[in-house]
Design a protein around this ligand. Sequence first.
Ligand SMILES: [Fe+2]
Length: 238
Amino acid sequence: MKKQQARRIIDIHSHALPFVDDGSVDVNASLAIIEEYRRQGVNSAILTPHYRGKFKLPVSEIKEEFKVFCDRVIKDCGEDIDLYLGQEIFAGADVNEVVEQGLALSLANSKYVLVEFDYALEEDISEKVYELSYRGYIPIVAHIERYVYADIDMAIAIKQAGGLIQVNANSVVGRDGKTFKKKVNQLLKLGLVDFVASDVHDGRVLSMEKAYKHIQKKFGEKVCEDVFYNNAKKIIEG
Ligand SMILES: [Fe+2]
């Protein structure tokens, strides 16, 4: 196994847990993602299976799969990567109840919840963010660049409503197209990005290392450490 890079990166959005959603087809695919994490310097990851549509497994089942997978990772890859559990929760009309009743998991047993929105159906994301925030949670809007209707003003409104913003590493480096890259870099320039995460699925390229280098070069070490590590560390520490 190749040596781990000395970079400090925590991935807060990952579909590397097998058998629970559309992320990873089997254990070997998941272990390949873990190996790639190690190669790119990702020291910790919060595994965030979907709570959306047909992917609404009971949390007890997800926790069981997580436990089995963690044991396998330690056996095959050692203990130099820390794994935590959470979910990427679709923010439908019932999102407040889903979170409050524990039907889906917050990130690493904290008050932070990763929420995603409809790509096409336009809505004011800040309203749902405010509702969750009012209930004592800290909502993190997943891959904001993917919602074409979410412009800079909406991003500012999300922050004012108590939310945080995550963008995908693949968008940072342009792997998901020029439009996403332009939007993400604009958000970074304005200091509106809190987390860069992978949203990795089996079959998608992991660009954490490349995104790290891009942000380091363009926005400096402090921004880089904040969006890849410091802000995520607060989640893990509760
Ligand atoms: Fe995702």
